[in-house]
Write a new protein. Structure first.
Length: 299
């Protein structure tokens, strides 16, 4: 077990639905146990990949409870508690604590371009609950950029223990570590694993372990070991898998990862609206990249 429950490979879990698009809670519990059995360190339910924006309050709460109940001893649950504003986020953080999650992952305010002081207040509200908070920097979706200076300020006030850095700009890793050297850096994009690992990341909130957990866990461990021989081996795996990992940062990332899960024999299945069916060309490309990875022995 990692010393901190947000370290290691924390899978941003895809959420299975039944044919009528109701949540398949049994299938989700099975998936959590599958990931634990194949080397992952924890799950991050109710992230973007889990389509949390489309869930009712009851569904969203039950997803976290299902993850906690399915998780074996030593396997972490870092619940996503992103919401429009601080009051909703505080309520979801309280729900995560009551359910037994060990930490939470928190976006800045959704759909509102908050200024720095509003962002600080947002995280202060969630921090009152007492669970460790990993900030989630995704300015593409939220329109709020947690800059290295703002991240350092959040950490300096004791509001966050780490940050999931989703910008894809690896240069930020070094500035963050300069400004907040004691704070934990988590990889936020699947196609920057090697670069962020070399830069000092201690965790990976990941998408493609949903489909190929063993190989992606190996890639993460090699990328973060600090050993030169391991880095060379990581580069080989990274080159082989990069075409597939890049789908994690595409607009269609949820459908893409679910399709890859279907191809490898896991239940990915459909998405809820507004995410629709992929075009034939995109399906063919994802299928090609997934099958290429399988043909090279990755799993």
């Amino acid at each position: 077990m990692n010393s901190k429950p947000w370290h290691g490979v924390q899978v941003a879990t895809a959420l299975p639905f039944n044919d009528d698009l109701s949540v398949d809670y049994d299938g989700y519990a099975d998936h959590v146990q599958f990931l634990a059995a194949h080397g992952c360190d924890g799950v991050a339910p109710n992230g973007s990949l889990g389509e949390y924006q489309t869930l009712s309050d009851e569904e969203r709460a039950r997803v976290v409870t299902t993850a906690v109940e399915a998780a074996p001893a030593g396997f972490g649950v870092m619940a996503g508690v992103g919401a429009y504003g601080a009051l909703q986020t505080q309520r979801w953080t309280e729900q995560a604590a009551e359910a037994g999650a060990q930490s939470v992952m928190l976006l800045p305010p959704n759909t509102y371009r908050a200024n720095d002081e509003e962002v600080m207040d947002h995280y202060r509200a969630a921090a009152k609950v007492g669970l460790p908070i990993v900030a989630y920097n995704n300015p593409i979706d939220t329109k709020v950029d947690l800059t290295p200076k703002l991240i350092a300020r959040l950490h300096g006030e004791g509001l966050i223990v780490g940050v999931k850095e989703f910008t894809g700009d690896v240069r930020r890793a070094y500035e963050i570590k300069e400004l907040a050297p004691e704070m934990d850096l988590l990889i936020g994009t699947d196609d920057t694993v090697l670069e962020m690992g070399i830069a000092g990341a201690v965790g990976w909130v990941s998408g493609y372990p949903n489909a190929i957990p063993e190989s992606t866990v190996e890639l993460y461990k090699l990328s973060t070991s600090g050993d030169v021989a391991d880095i060379e081996r990581a580069r080989e795996i990274y080159r082989d898998l990069h075409a597939l990992l890049r789908w994690d940062t595409k607009t269609e990332f949820v459908q893409a990862i679910k399709l890859s899960m279907d191809i490898v024999g896991r239940k990915g299945g459909p998405c809820r609206p507004p995410r629709g069916v992929l075009s034939d060309d995109v399906i063919a490309a994802i299928t090609r990249d997934t099958n290429n990875a399988l043909a090279m022995g990755y799993k």
